[in-house]
Design a protein around this ligand. Structure first.
Ligand SMILES: [Zn+2]
Length: 67
């Protein structure tokens, strides 16, 4: 399923046309397209997996009571 959405105020770097840039989304693919000249530019998709260090990999923390 392809979704197209115009980006308001965007200027094409190739032909300089204003409001001709569409953001196209097709599943996992994401790119920008100029409907005036056909320029196409791949975009980095939003990171779907957060690369956070997994917790709980080390030894369990044992709190020692000082009292
Ligand atoms: Zn263009």
């Amino acid at each position: 399923m392809i979704r197209r959405r115009f980006i308001a105020g965007a200027t094409c770097p190739e032909c300089g046309a204003l409001d001709k840039i569409v953001r196209v989304e097709d599943g996992d693919m994401l790119w920008m397209e100029c409907v005036a000249c056909g320029m196409r530019k791949d975009l980095d998709a939003e990171p779907s997996v957060a690369e956070l260090p997994a917790e709980g990999g080390g030894s369990p923390v044992v709190w020692k009571s000082g009292k």
